[in-house]
Design a protein around this ligand. Structure first.
Ligand SMILES: NC(=O)c1ccc[n+]([C@@H]2O[C@H](COP(=O)([O-])OP(=O)(O)OC[C@H]3O[C@@H](n4cnc5c(N)ncnc54)[C@H](OP(=O)(O)O)[C@@H]3O)[C@@H](O)[C@H]2O)c1
Length: 312
């Protein structure tokens, strides 16, 4: 089975490349055609719809795993055209081409397609209502996949939240650096405590992505329930950014990565204004996906510990 992966140099892409299942021929792409680890990747600019269609027509993959995205949530507010080209234009182009070649698309998406106002976990079938440009661009990408591939069951949308891995740019690694700097100098950290979601480790997310493809291709042991067109996957539990920041400090000391953690003070969203508005409560209800994929979730703190241990 041939899988064309985008965003191979990103944090999810890195984990996906470490877990390629037996029987999968991977065509890994990144914007520049190179990754931090120097692996030979093929160049594919997701902002170039024609190039996305051409890649599908050239390689004729059974699946496109679209893990690449414009992920700079705040910067997207001032670069809406680019965010939409990458996050909506690329999945649209892949879906158009795959409709002709007969392949399938796994589109990785986000909890930011919801407004966060309901205060209870979001079900996959609930209507999208994004708050910012990033969320709107990802929602438009979902919409294109549904329109073009939904009717024949060859478009799967997998939403996730608060992605963090041992390499790349993410909240956990930023907090680890800040604990190191501030713990030594005695300067406290201030972290938002009134936004609630769930961290998701790239390792467990990559496992879920590959399981979707294996399940759909009949390569894995079957489970009792069918896969829906929209899936939700995060690690287990719930947390605020403040909770995660405190946990990073505690776990890093426990793992011997730090001598002492910085003091973390909780603040509110109002105290930390950002260009993009974020959902205040964006937990994803992952019940159906966990059952359908027959995957046991890992609690976010356990996954975070594994991430930090792997980050050295
Ligand atoms: N990070 C999160 O908290 C989070 C939460 C929910 C959902 N998601 C979704 O999860 C998926 C994986 O995200 P991630 O955390 O792994 O993000 P990431 O580390 O930022 O990786 C995204 C990758 O996409 C690449 N990319 C951006 N623009 C591109 C372009 N024009 N052409 C080709 N490649 C381009 C980036 O390359 P450059 O480094 O060169 O820009 C980067 O390697 C995305 O679909 C994202 O929307 C992420």
């Amino acid at each position: 089975m041939k899988v064309l992966l985008t965003g191979a140099a990103g944090q999810l892409g890195h984990a996906l490349r470490q877990q390629v299942p037996t029987g999968v021929e991977l065509i890994a792409t990144s914007r520049s055609g190179s990754g931090a680890d120097g692996d030979g990747l093929i160049a594919l600019d997701l902002a170039d719809a024609e190039a996305c269609r051409a890649a599908v027509n050239q390689h004729r993959p059974d699946w496109v795993l679209n893990g690449g995205a414009y992920t700079a949530v705040d910067k997207a507010e001032s670069e809406p055209e680019l965010a939409h080209a990458v996050n909506a234009g690329a999945p649209r182009a892949f879906a158009e081409a795959l409709r002709e070649t007969g392949g399938s698309l796994l589109q990785v998406s986000t909890d930011f397609v919801f407004n966060g106002a309901q205060g209870s976990p979001y079900r996959p079938e609930q209507p999208r209502d994004p708050l910012g440009v990033y969320g709107a661009s990802k929602a438009a990408g979902e919409d294109a996949v549904e329109q073009l591939l939904g009717s024949n069951g060859r478009g799967v949308i997998l939403r996730t939240s608060w992605v963090m891995g041992p390499v790349g740019r993410n909240f956990a690694l930023t907090m680890l650096r800040l604990h190191r700097e501030r713990g030594a100098s005695g300067q406290p950290l201030a972290v938002v405590a009134d936004q609630v979601g769930c961290p998701t480790c790239t390792h467990t997310l990559a496992q879920a992505c590959w399981r979707v493809i294996e399940r759909s291709a009949g390569l894995s042991a079957d489970s009792s329930s069918a896969l829906g067109p929209i899936l939700h996957w995060s690690d287990a539990g719930a947390a605020s950014w403040y909770d995660v920041a405190v946990a990073v400090g505690e776990l890093a000391v426990d793992l011997g990565l730090l001598e002492c953690a910085a003091v973390v003070n909780p603040i509110t969203t109002v105290d930390y204004p950002t260009p993009a508005q974020r959902p205040s409560y964006s937990l994803l209800d992952c019940t159906d996906t966990r059952r359908a994929l027959a995957l046991e979730p890992t609690h976010w703190r356990t996954a975070l510990r594994q991430l930090l241990a792997a980050s050295v």
